[in-house]
Design a protein around this ligand. Structure first.
Ligand code: LLP
Length: 418
């Protein structure tokens, strides 16, 4: 459910007609809906045991206005770099609601996390554990940690976003957990609070999640039996969202919540979750203009002014995004290859997509683009990063302006000797 709907044949974000934003800001432009963000967050939170920490995965969309919107609803943050940690803090997330994941946290990042007094660091290797202990001990503090385990479970999602198999770089093998817990006891800078797990993204089947969670909870029980005071289970993110209109939807948060409740009952655990996509994907669209509707030898191309540098998911993961006209038009539907202006054939949003007829200058909206859209954008082909707009009811505001060409050029430095 989202708040992008046609009113009188014109696509709106909440109460704002999209053409109004396109005219004022130009295209391409990302448009986000506050009501959708808040709805997704509250539906997810209400589906889970009361008191759970819902740490929004900043990587999905780190715009400060989005972070602030979610923080005001009580969201925490899952961060994976010093940059994201700084974003979370700047967006108003209290440090005690921040968790820090990632396989390659540097000494500088760990020190910054300790200084920021965040809720927990999700340690992903023995080396990181020793490094963190040394840094914490030198500062005279104790780091609250959970250890991210690799449960060796196949999330049955795209290989590039699968993280829970034994062959993946993430977490420590779950069988090594008892030894590592013992090691934690010997480290003065470490306080082991529990276990974390995250097996992948865009997961559309609860089976693998349940299998991974059961392994984690069994291990927690075993650690308690061995005398460790562990009471935190961070169950990660990964729940999928519908990308194709009218298709079977991934399991609803309520079913996910039922599963979590069922398997964690009676364990008296503090649960944490790290949803990213689920909160923000359907709360954002990418609005683009058809620069040219081009007749090719074999097929017709809808050449948009948005490209793979603005939304890389189709090129990178063969991801499907629905594409719709911003203004509904009459006339026979037509098959288009929807492409961008970037000089690669991979710069294709959709092949053979059947759409209402488009003419040069018409606006299109690429849907479900709020997660891993702007967050993964680049300036490839020297294209300015797309501006971002946040809508709330009848109000809207540019929450990240399009950089000027002067700003882009001004970042480079010419050496004196050149
Ligand atoms: N926690 C950890 C440790 C993660 O690595 C991730 C995502 C999340 C939480 C959030 O997962 P989500 O709820 O959003 O599925 N760029 C890819 C997705 C990469 C996901 C990376 N990790 C895409 O566009 O599909």
């Amino acid at each position: 459910m989202n708040h992008f709907e046609y009113i009188g044949g014109i696509l709106h974000a909440e109460d704002v007609p999209i053409p109004e934003i396109a005219a004022a800001v130009g295209t391409p432009v990302y448009v986000y809906s506050t009501a959708t963000l808040v709805r997704h967050f509250t539906v997810f939170r209400d589906a889970l045991p009361k008191g759970s920490l819902i740490a929004y995965a900043i990587k999905a969309n780190g715009n400060l206005a989005i972070i602030r919107t979610l923080a005001a609803e009580g969201a925490g943050a899952d961060v994976v770099s010093q940059g994201e940690l700084r974003r979370a803090l700047a967006g108003g997330v209290p440090p005690e609601r921040i968790v820090f994941s990632g396989v390659g946290k540097t000494a500088e990042e760990l020190a910054f996390a300790l200084d920021s007094r965040i809720h927990q660091i999700n340690v992903e290797s023995e080396n990181e554990l020793e490094a963190l202990n040394a840094i914490a001990a030198a500062k005279g503090v104790v780091a609250d940690i959970v250890i991210r385990v690799n449960p060796d479970v196949d999330a049955r999602t795209h290989a590039k976003i699968s993280t829970g198999k034994g062959e993946n770089k993430f977490g420590v093998p779950i069988d090594g957990m008892p030894e590592l817990a013992k090691r934690c006891d010997a480290l003065p800078g470490i306080s082991l609070k529990g276990i974390a797990v995250h097996i992948g993204s865009q997961i559309t089947d609860l089976g693998p999640l349940e299998a991974a969670y059961r392994k984690v909870l069994d291990m927690l029980v075993a650690l308690r039996a061995a005398g460790h005071a562990v009471d935190r289970a961070d169950l990660g993110g990964g729940l999928g969202v519908p990308y194709v209109m009218n298709e079977t939807h991934p399991p609803a948060p309520s079913l996910y919540g039922d599963m979590v409740r069922r398997i964690s009952a009676g364990l008296d655990l503090k649960l944490a979750f790290e949803p990213g996509r689920l909160i923000v994907a359907n709360a954002g669209i990418l609005v683009a203009k058809a620069v040219y509707v081009k007749k090719g030898a074999a097929r017709d191309f809808l050449v948009l002014d948005a490209g793979m540098n603005d939304l890389i998911r189709p090129a990178m993961y063969d991801a499907h995004h629905d594409i719709v006209p911003v203004v509904r038009s009459e006339g026979a539907e037509h098959s288009y290859d929807v492409v961008g202006p970037v000089c690669e054939t991979g710069d294709t949003f959709a092949r053979g997509r059947v759409l209402p007829p488009f003419r040069d200058g018409d606006l299109a909206a690429i849907l479900t683009a709020g997660a891993y859209g702007s967050a993964q954008a680049s300036e490839y082909n020297a294209r300015p990063l797309v501006p971002e707009v946040l809508v709330k009811g009848r109000d809207w505001s540019v929450v990240r302006p399009r950089p000027s060409y002067e700003e882009m050029l001004g970042r480079d430095r010419l050496p004196e000797w050149l």
